[in-house]
Ligand binder design. Structure first.
Ligand code: ATP
Ligand code: MG
Length: 361
């Protein structure tokens, strides 16, 4: 029996993370005792854990003491803070978690802001969208004259394409910034403005151990949840995505992760968007779990009865034993042309294009 603590266990990613471990318990005949926390007392009830605790926000001074108390009470061997803000907090304070194992990137590799990503990657010669830092409204005018139109304006910090919008001219961009300023969401200097990339919306998800790539896979997002009620059409996580195999994306994904963190350790997510000429640019690289990563592993391991494809189980195995269960391919862990279809209140389906469907939750 292994005792672990998963935080953010009531969010979509945390729920899938624990669900994937439950599947591994069944398939591998092992026992994992899961303690869990979530900041939202209602969502906490979704967690399929033995014990559930309502936690303060990551920036509350009571957050770390609470985790320490749960670790002592339940003899926790491994701590997995799932949401980025909580992972960053733990990674920054590892000295306070000496009695428990963790498997996290260094703090600076978690949730870097978009301008930092742009600077780090462009310095290493990795293609990124042309980007201008917005300090004043003159910078917006300058962006249209230097980059052209349309442009993509967004907040430097925050997830889910926060305050992102496609804008056709400086007037639209300024109104967007001004509205968000007037409504107290942001300052003018919180924005960056970038080349708009209309092509494929791709992701490279990868697991690393002490600087070595363990395994990875690529996918294309085909449609976002509730896209029609969002001005940008970007709502953070896709309702339909499809596995792809593309050597070029693998290459770009690996270079982006290494540029962010020369010794990657943990799970890293890279977002790549194509321009109209199908040239790729990296819009984000982050030492975080994309929301659906545990669910992809769960789906393939369940449908094909192959626990080695369960990326969450392999992550735990690496954290505890420093090795995976069996040899994993460094690239293309999953076959191409499989769709993961998720719908609110409906669960999820794995679909082999035009061939077969499996109800997975
Ligand atoms: N320059 C751009 N042009 C067009 N679309 C973009 C651009 N940059 C980002 N996007 C879209 O917005 C999505 C979210 O952006 P990105 O991943 O860079 O930031 P994020 O807010 O950290 O997102 P998340 O937390 O959801 O991963 C991208 O997957 C892409 O679909
Ligand atoms: Mg992203």
């Amino acid at each position: 029996m292994t005792n672990i603590l998963v935080t953010g266990a009531g969010g979509s990613g945390g729920i899938s993370f624990i669900r994937a471990l439950r599947l591994a318990e069944n398939q591998k005949k092992i026992k994992i005792y899961v303690a869990s926390t979530d900041h939202n007392p209602h969502f906490l009830n979704f967690s399929d854990a033995e014990v559930k605790y309502h936690s303060p926000r990551h920036d509350d001074s009571a957050f770390i003491p609470m985790l320490q108390k749960i670790i002592r009470q339940h003899n926790i061997e491994f701590l997995h803070p799932h949401p980025s803000s909580e992972a960053q907090k733990v990674s920054e304070n590892l000295a306070q978690f000496k009695d428990v194992r963790t498997y996290l990137p260094k703090p600076s590799a978690i949730m870097p802001d978009k301008l930092t990503i742009y600077k780090i990657l462009s310095k290493k010669g990795i293609r990124v969208p042309k980007t201008i830092e917005v300090r004043t409204y003159e910078d917006i005018e300058r962006a249209f004259s230097e980059i052209g139109k349309p442009l993509w304006i967004r907040a430097r910090c925050g997830a889910g394409g926060r305050l992102g919008l496609k804008v056709e001219n400086s007037e639209q961009a300024m109104h967007w910034v001004e509205l968000n300023r007037l409504q107290g969401r942001s300052k003018v200097s919180d924005f960056v403005i970038q080349e708009f990339l209309p092509g494929r919306d791709l992701a490279f998800d990868s697991l690393w151990y002490k600087g070595k790539l363990v395994t990875s896979y690529c996918r294309e997002r085909l449609e976002y949840f509730l896209k029609h009620i969002s001005l940008s059409g970007i709502t953070g996580t896709p309702t339909i995505a499809q596995t792809i195999i593309d050597e070029k994306i693998n290459r770009i994904g690996v270079s982006a992760v290494k540029a962010l963190d020369p010794k990657p350790h943990g799970f890293y997510s890279t977002d790549i968007k194509e321009n109209s000429q199908k040239n790729c640019a990296v819009t984000e690289v982050d030492g975080k779990w994309h929301t659906t990563a545990p669910l992809w592993g769960y789906s393939f391991s369940k449908v094909f009865n192959k626990p080695e494809l369960n990326i969450t189980y392999q992550y735990l195995k690496l954290a505890l034993e420093g090795k995976t269960d069996g040899d994993l391919p460094t690239y293309d862990l999953f076959p191409s042309n499989y769709l993961l279809v998720r719908q609110l209140d409906a669960g999820a389906i794995l679909e082999k294009k035009k061939d077969a469907t499996w109800r997975i939750i």
